[in-house]
Design a protein around this ligand. Sequence first.
Ligand code: ATP
Ligand code: MG
Length: 394
Amino acid sequence: MSRPVILVHYHELGLKGHNRSTFERRLIRNIQAALATDGRAYKVSKTSGRILVDSATHAEDLDASEGLALVKRLAQLPGIARVSCGLRVSKDLEAIKQAAERVLGQVDTFDSFKVDARRANTNFPLDSMALNREVGAHLVQCFADKHVQMKAPDVRVRVEIIKNEAFVYSISIRAVGGLPTGSSGTVLCLLSSGLDSPVAAWQMMRRGAQVIGLHFSGAPESPDSSSLLVRQLAQKLAVTGGLRKLVFVHFGGYQRTLSLAIPESLRIIFYRRLMFKVAEQVATALGAKALVTGESLGQVASQTLDNIVAVDAVVSLPVFRPLIGTDKQEIIDRARELGTYAVSSQTTDDCCTLFMPRNPETHARLDDVESLWARLPISVWVDEIKEKLIIEEL
Ligand code: ATP
Ligand code: MG
């Protein structure tokens, strides 16, 4: 008797000592949540060092293509190192050989293969080497035109003996790694419709954070089209299960006011400081303990070290910039993988494109900035903005 199964492998969790069971429970919950929209019932359970996903009823057994689709989906969940799809059978050599034959038969094209057996349980009569030989010999008979190759084979047929069962699979893909979302607290990401901040948000999700997205649109000074793009980006990021809410602010009016009140070259720094001030209050109100931006050192005028210092000084929450040391091309590559690139490449006006200076300051002096700032009715504006937040649960 064999049944299809998905095996979820997690490395880093294994290192977490006594937190391990909390992390495992969290990952199981995240997997259940990711599968809940499927209309099919799954059983998600834990066995030594692995999480197993089965169809809840025999009648609904997964076929190979459904299994592969599921593997690809789960591979996007933070906290998972690798996802495999194959068969679970009783701990019996004949059953293992039959299962190996079936899983190798599922592979489209290959010339060479190798059997890779592991025993989590040493009361199986054969050791790993003997299992490799026995199962390998059977496969050589079944697939006479293929050959065994120890180094870099096209396919690895894996056999894992865990407790009273054997798990046999040949489909296994690398997942995003990291930690299960929800295991590292909540952060608030300043999310534009650009390329960088969605990638920064994703990096935080991959490290286990739940993310709240905060977007400043140019409305009412420009159409609110950037908010639509941010919602589309949120759909792409939602596959991680790490995006909880979106918060929108109509910011164009404040930019207009600021652009009239301060020297042109300092505008961007003032827009940013006001954004950060609002972000800090929103974060505190919604239980987020840090701010996140998509900045990368020196990428544009507002991202020089002096300007970052001048902006950061306005808040007391930690500000994380996961992309600070990243090159644009690396960010683009990641955005392509995440599927956010196509959305972010659509140009639209957000608040950043409004009232931009021709020659922005690249080395703002903090004391100049602070003395101008002190003359503005910042807390009145922040209170006003807080009254009008648009909050969308995901
Ligand atoms: P991105 O590609 O993320 O838009 P960028 O290269 O355009 O970044 P900036 O416009 O300087 O750079 O923005 C720097 C960071 O400030 C962004 O990564 C984002 O975190 C935040 N930010 C900028 N504009 C907005 C906005 N309209 N709403 C929310 N956050 C914003
Ligand atoms: Mg931008």
